[in-house]
Design a protein around this ligand. Structure first.
Ligand SMILES: [Zn+2]
Ligand SMILES: [Zn+2]
Length: 440
């Protein structure tokens, strides 16, 4: 029982929990849920945010994909990703070889980060998804709903941090760079990695999050009017009405801590963005990697790496790395800076555009890790003594820190604060809806 409710019985707490309503996570508008067709999504009528997506084929279709993903993940971990042949010498590399090589060069923060993002997080997430889906198979209510809810909430938290899809692109970029001076080939682990990314994407498209939460715990729809005051759970999106008292401290379904808005969102985002801007300077000025080939070679920065790819005619890859490693971090830092300043001023101008830009920044941030993973792969593969070697340099640590800080900043930033502050601004007219005709 939650402390905030005093002597209220548990059934009364369930009575204020509403699963027929959903609050927009980006502008804060409350909507009554209308189910879209399978595979389609429900959008906010005010800001266009995706409120939820209805999975295809119900709960049991995501399970085979999750099991396939887990099996492929075992193959990825156990088989070499790539082989390099230089001057009659061969070398192959597992995912773990890169992690060990970075640690061996004293780059342990980078080694730890790569291990967490490409091994620990993907494994933990896919196993937790399988465990949850086995428990709610065919819409059954699980025997231990609280534990299942915690596990599913955890899979949601892990989702952006499980980065084998980004790692696959890093492998592609690393392979293309190697082709310039060595004979490289992708091996079974690399092919399994491609298969895993396909299976995981299919799993995420089929996984109906709302259906899983409903199977875990569901309050039937009522004819009651929507509450005037409410708090939406940031993880499972259950609405907790608080017209007749304070909201519970924790969500009555997934037990995550409830907050009307992300606490100290603007302050925490400001601190993370400031740290990101400071580290962006060494990330671009310091070398991230040194490639030595027959005694020749100089440390290369992020930008000179892009230049090298362009020089050997790999324009699409050069463009990809430029966008992911140079343009995206700048867009993230500038965009978040703009959101913070406009929220502080309570400005209503370009509110819809700002919210859309926030969605883009939040979605693409993780792809900036391509270069970090490429460095881990090359460091593991190219160790041929005097003939050829690759070393990670301190700029890579600064760069990885910028990527992680900006990801955390966009996670901590609550875009609803921009809408709240603009609405609270007494000098301004009401904010128009994006689709004024649509019912809520
Ligand atoms: Zn909205
Ligand atoms: Zn919840």
């Amino acid at each position: 029982m939650s402390a905030g409710f005093g002597k209220v019985e548990l059934r009364d707490i369930r009575a204020v929990a509403r699963d027929d309503l959903i609050g927009c996570p980006h502008c804060g508008r409350l909507h009554r849920i209308r189910l879209p067709a399978p595979g389609r999504r429900a959008e906010c009528s005010r800001c266009g945010a995706v409120l939820f997506r209805r999975g295809r084929g119900g709960l049991h279709h995501a399970l085979p994909m999750a099991i396939t993903g887990a099996l492929l993940l075992l193959l990825v971990a156990a088989n070499p990703l790539m082989a390099v042949h230089i001057q009659g010498n061969d070398r192959t590399s597992l995912v773990t070889t890169g992690i060990e090589a970075l640690a061996g060069q004293g780059m342990w923060p980078l080694s730890l980060l790569v291990g967490l993002l490409v091994l620990a997080a993907p494994f933990a997430r896919v196993m937790a998804v399988i465990a949850v889906l086995l428990r709610v198979h065919r819409g059954r209510r699980p025997g231990r709903p609280r534990e299942t809810a915690r596990l599913f909430a955890w899979t949601e938290t892990l989702r952006p941090w499980a980065m084998l899809d980004v790692f696959l692109l890093g492998l592609l970029v690393g392979y293309s760079r190697l082709k310039g001076f060595a004979n490289a080939e992708v091996l079974a682990g690399g092919i399994a990695l491609g298969g895993y990314v396909v299976a995981r994407t299919a799993m995420d498209l089929m996984l109906d999050h709302r259906a899983v939460w409903q199977a875990i715990d569901h309050v039937p729809a009522t004819d009651e009017p929507p509450p005037a005051r409410w708090v939406s759970c940031g993880v499972c999106h259950r609405i907790h009405g608080c017209d007749h008292g304070p909201a519970p401290e924790r969500c009555t379904r997934c037990h995550s801590r409830l907050h009307a808005r992300e606490p100290e969102s603007l302050e925490r985002t400001t601190a993370l963005v400031a740290a990101g801007i400071i580290l962006y300077i060494p990330a671009n000025l310091l070398p991230v990697m040194t490639v030595v080939n027959f005694g020749q070679g100089a440390p290369s920065t992020i930008l000179s790496g892009v230049h090298e790819l362009a020089e050997v005619g790999l324009w699409p890859l050069a463009l990809l790395v430029f966008v992911a490693s140079v343009a995206v971090p700048v867009l993230k830092l500038a965009g978040l800076g703009w959101f913070i300043l406009s929220a502080r001023r309570g400005s209503p101008s370009l509110l819809h555009a700002r919210t859309r830009l926030y969605r883009i920044i939040d979605a693409i941030g993780r792809w900036s890790n391509i270069d970090v993973f490429m460095i881990a792969i090359l460091t593991a593969l190219v160790q041929f003594g005097a003939v050829a070697s690759v070393r990670a340099d301190p700029g890579a640590v600064a760069f990885a820190a910028v990527v992680i800080l900006t990801m955390m900043a966009s996670h901590v930033f609550d875009p609803r604060v921009m809408w709240d502050r603009a609405e609270e601004n007494p000098r301004l007219p009401a904010i128009p809806d994006r689709h004024p005709g649509r019912p809520n």
